[in-house]
Design a protein around this ligand. Sequence first.
Ligand code: NIG
Ligand code: FE
Length: 417
Amino acid sequence: MRLLIKNIKELVQVETSDYKIRVEGKKMSEIQTIKNAFLYIEDEKISSFGKMDDLKSKNINYSVLSKEIDASGRMVFPSYCDSHTHLIYSGSREREFIDKINGLTYEEIAKRGGGILNSAMKLHDTSDEVLLEESQQRLEEIIKYGTGAVEIKSGYGLTVKDEIKMLRVIKKLKSISPLKIKSTFLGAHALPLEYKDNRKGYIDLIINRMLPQIAGEGLADYCDVFCDKGFFTIEETDKILKEAAKYGMKAKLHVNELDNSGGVQVGVKNNALSVDHLERIDVEEIKVLKNKNTMPTLLPTAAFFLNLPYPPARKMIDSGLGVALASDFNPGSSPSGNMQLVSSLACIKLRMNPEEVINASTINSAYAMDLSKDYGSIAVGKKANIFITTKMNSYPFLQYSFGSNNVETVILDGKLV
Ligand code: NIG
Ligand code: FE
């Protein structure tokens, strides 16, 4: 398949040399764009791009072209990379939504068996087929909003059988979805009720039963732990991550959503690929993250939905850190996987500028899935996962006009979706 997009008003987030694998600090405010541009795609990859004036010199063989798109007035972006979701779940939790409106906190709901345990019960009662169907619908939805690569976690199983059931659904989706998918094992998402008085028993189950079987079937790329107040301790987190590492699963962690949990430190110590949430982060923790491989990842729609303080993105970036943005798509704290909304909130509430937001939701979030060599920017040889916007005056309109879907055309793996 050969595809030519012409007359692009502005081609955003291009790289011409020295492809970056992530950006940090002041560099987050820099992006390269080309006005009045073309983009040429061959098979599933970006083959060339440049100014319309230079298109002639590319000697494109129009007789083998499958399609030509006129993008007059429109922007072209690399697809969003959403590096943190829990989009395999059954049903929804609007009862708790109302409880929260009436004053209960996320922790209080979790303590009385709501929250994650509620979703685990629902998932247990749902067949593999229905679970796959529900999840596939969510993938179709995020594709329409511009996502081109996504990480999906388990964590609503909490038994050997149900964790495997979730991860097999993700494996199936990897093979049938046009999206690039990475999978994460999150057995340590919540302590199941039957282990209420036997924490060690559940950690042993994760280590001795879940991890070996998951690794044996090649079901997970990464391992996550909800390391926070009322969930899992730093010692438990450390123990699980060390075991997961033996199977080659890198860490991606939930930390500092409810408390300064020590999760940042334990994540960095275990060379985690990312530490996510960070609604609170102090100066010491920022220092710990400086010049490390671990990508701090912010989830503004979760803070929005739970009415939590927003992560202090300014403080982090101004201290020289890079940050990634992700949706946290899940039934309890972010029942939306809309990365355009994530981007708008990042501008409005996190005070990130549009360029920082673009870097955080493309190249840096690709890095947080080990994908930035092939995704996260418009560069020759990278995967042709891109979207064309509706007509707009300038690219920050995408974040400015929150609540609308400004993605008009989606191309994944070089194919129109
Ligand atoms: O990232 N914080 C932990 N896990 C999810 C929420 C899961 C749920 O409430 O179902 C999150 O916010
Ligand atoms: Fe999450």
